[in-house]
Design a protein. Structure first.
Length: 286
């Protein structure tokens, strides 16, 4: 029995060494999902986008540098960005009194996210092919037409869906001042959500999709990025939760075909903003 156990342990260790790169990428991607599910921030104009940048942009960009870059300077630059970017969220999630302090004083979260992003992005641009991780414009001549059509459908159909399903007007807008009927607050929150959505989309439709596709192929990579995206919609209105699974697959395929993450960001952000504005209008009329 002991020999069998030792043999199994050696086999596992050999498997880990053989697949170290995809294990590293997927583990990095799993942490922001876990952290957000356990310690997700409130609908706040500073904390929400800043934490998203740190978790969904800074951490993956550091991993891109570790994965691709071979020069020590780039890895140190990305490491410094990681420390600056992740320190405030870790204090938020695990530091005694950290959440209360950062709610009252969110500037460290904002500054850490900004500096962390600047350093990790500089490291990526300095030493890796950012386009290979979904950060370029891809095949713009191809994706501009289907994305334009889908955006038109969103702008036409979402107000109708929001009118048919009252749950949308009860759930949105998420930002309390906007729920109270303040249109400027609604606009400010959409800008904050734009930053949040870009960060979110890069994690799934950039880092996970293009990183995993290197090792398991595009079909498996599209499914891998769709599943956590779907689970993170738990708690949303039921129609949105159900649609997010198929939407995640569609967005994964679209970004793979477009060779960039921009189509998914534009569609996701406009979809969310349209739901918020539609619900705001229905609440105002209601």
């Amino acid at each position: 029995m002991i020999r069998d156990t030792i043999a199994a342990a050696r086999e596992l260790a050999a498997w880990v060494r053989e697949h170290a790169a995809p294990l590293f990428l997927t583990t990095v991607a799993a942490f922001p999902c876990l952290f957000y599910a356990a310690h997700g921030p409130p609908a706040d104009l500073k904390i929400l986008p800043s934490m998203a940048v740190s978790l969904f942009l800074v951490l993956p960009l550091w991993a891109v540098t570790v994965h691709d870059a071979r020069d020590r300077a780039s890895q140190l630059l990305a490491g410094a960005g990681l420390v600056l970017g992740l320190a405030p969220p870790l204090v938020w999630g695990y530091g005694p009194g950290g959440r209360e302090y950062l709610k009252a004083h969110p500037d460290p979260m904002v500054i850490g996210a900004f500096l962390g992003l600047a350093l990790t992005l500089a490291a990526v641009l300095r030493s890796t092919d950012a386009k290979a991780w979904g950060l370029g414009t891809g095949d713009f001549r191809w994706w501009r037409q289907p994305v334009g059509l889908l955006l038109t459908m969103i702008l036409v159909c979402i107000p109708i869906v929001a009118w048919i399903f009252p749950d949308f007007a009860e759930f949105y807008p998420r930002y309390k001042p906007a729920r109270a009927g303040d249109p400027l607050a609604l606009l400010e929150y959409q800008v904050a959500m734009g930053i949040y959505m870009f960060s979110w989309e890069y994690l799934f439709r950039g880092f996970v999709l293009f990183g995993c596709a290197r090792y398991v192929g595009p079909v498996a990579a599209i499914l891998i990025q769709a599943f956590p995206f779907f689970l993170l919609h738990d708690g949303k209105p039921e129609p949105e939760f159900a649609i997010s699974w198929f939407g995640g697959i569609l967005m994964g395929w679209l970004c793979w075909r477009a060779r960039c993450m921009w189509p998914s960001f534009l569609l996701h952000w406009i979809l969310y903003a349209t739901m918020e504005v539609s619900a705001f209008g229905l609440r105002a009329l209601g």
